[in-house]
Design a protein around this ligand. Structure first.
Ligand code: SF4
Ligand code: ZN
Length: 418
């Protein structure tokens, strides 16, 4: 990614050097989202009269009214007018919020959409960073990075706990519309797209995004990658024609391997799309969820960034992230986007959804009816979701196995995983 230096009127330094910076809880002045409060980010295409260029509005408390160590809600609404802007570009620009805010010294942004999690460090607070300054950064970056499609930008930042509950409805409806456009597209298309955006901190990591498998950050779908390539043909999302199929079941294609090998600086030789047991896709660090094998239960578990607790594989999300991040292939472990779970191609070569034996309750609720629909389509029955254990059943394999046996979870009858 080419980074232009632009003058942004904020009291902190903005630059790629700060991208990998982590802000620990104890070093945060205030934090937002991440399951602790409501949060969302939304880029919308708007009409010419709906956008007042450069306008920043903060609805709710400024940072002066946020005590040290506090938690507040946070919503970003970025309205864009551009003669060449398309609705398809919204998701692409929305992902840039993540990168642009992380360039700020003392700012930290993870996840996306209404999972967004943000911290402002004490260092940034102490030099006078304001909530309004988020808007300054976003406006400057969108205008300098996308001059061809962005003519006017305005940013509304919501920190009021009542207003955000209203505004988030607009965002959730938008996300649903975008996701619906993907339905009906299958992995049978000839062209997948690369995403190399995360190479700035995981240099050998290559995401390949297909219609039925979104990027592990959950923010880049095949349609987003396609739109991003239209915006910037030499950018981080390149079309790759799959070429010769080397393994239809595991999902391996010659040209994808060649692309991944070359772009991982000759470290990853082959990737299977539909299994986590052999040459799984690499993981950078921004996975929404992590999947891990549970040998005793003959299945897999998934935990999320939002679930801080223990899991039956013996590791928390952060311990797992240390095991399988950084662009390495770690058979038996893999980062994934939440919505990949309800894909028809979900670990197909390992037995598909029938392998899933444990996930946090919150993730079950997040996937909701979609998960039930897929279970039915896979012939597992509408009650399959109730056979998946969660933290209320147990957080060790010993604790959950009797439950799986009692519920006659289908994973127990599948071929051994190892
Ligand atoms: Fe792109 Fe993958 Fe990073 Fe998402 S996780 S931004 S798809 S490289
Ligand atoms: Zn990443």
């Amino acid at each position: 990614v080419k980074i232009k230096i632009v003058d942004i009127p904020v009291p902190i330094t903005i630059g790629p050097a700060f991208e990998g910076e982590t802000i620990r809880k104890k070093d945060a002045w205030v934090e937002f989202g991440g399951g602790r409060s409501t949060s969302f980010e939304l880029v919308r295409m708007c009409g010419v009269d709906e956008v007042e260029d450069g306008k920043i509005e903060v609805i709710g408390p400024e940072i002066d009214e946020m005590p040290e160590g506090s938690v507040f809600p946070l919503g970003f609404m970025v309205d864009i007018y551009g003669r060449k802007m398309q609705e398809d570009f919204e998701g692409v620009l929305e992902r840039r919020i993540h990168y642009n805010l992380n360039y700020g010294e003392g700012l930290w942004h993870v996840a996306q959409r209404n999972m967004m999690w943000v911290r402002i460090g004490k260092n940034a607070h102490d030099v006078g960073f304001k909530i309004k300054d988020f808007g300054e950064i976003l406006i400057a970056k969108f205008k300098s990075d996308f001059p061809a499609i962005v003519d006017r930008v305005q940013v509304t930042i919501i920190t009021d706990k009542d207003v955000i509950e209203e505004k988030i409805k607009i965002a959730i409806e938008k996300y649903a519309t975008r996701d619906a456009r993907l339905k009906g597209l299958t992995d049978d298309v000839e062209t997948y797209y690369s995403c190399l955006l995360c190479q700035s901190f995981a240099p050998n990591h290559v995401c390949v995004v297909s219609p039925e498998r979104l990027g592990l950050c959950g923010a880049v779908s095949w349609l987003d990658a396609k739109a991003s390539n239209e915006i910037n043909p030499l950018g981080p999302n390149q079309p790759i024609e799959k070429g010769e199929c080397l393994d239809a079941e595991k999902g391996q294609w010659k040209n994808l391997n060649d692309f991944i090998y070359a772009n991982s600086h000759n470290t990853v030789e082959a990737v299977n799309f539909y299994t986590l047991m052999e040459n799984p896709m690499t993981s950078c660090g921004c996975f929404e969820a992590i999947m891990a094998i549970l040998p005793m239960c003959n299945g897999v578990m998934i935990t999320t960034r939002e679930h801080g607790g223990d899991t039956p594989c013996g590791m928390t999300f952060s311990a797992l992230a240390g095991t399988c991040g950084g662009g390495m292939q770690t058979p038996g472990f893999m980062g994934l986007g939440r919505r990949y779970i309800t894909s028809n191609k979900f670990i197909k070569a390992d037995g598909g959804l029938a392998r899933l034996v444990w996930m946090p309750k919150e993730l079950k609720e997040f996937l909701g009816q979609d998960l039930i629909d897929v279970a039915v389509a896979e012939g597992l029955g509408a009650d399959f979701v109730d056979k998946i254990a969660d933290e209320t059943v147990g957080v060790t394999e010993d604790e959950i196995l009797p439950f799986l046996e009692e519920k006659q979870h289908p994973a127990l009858k599948l071929d051994p995983m190892m």
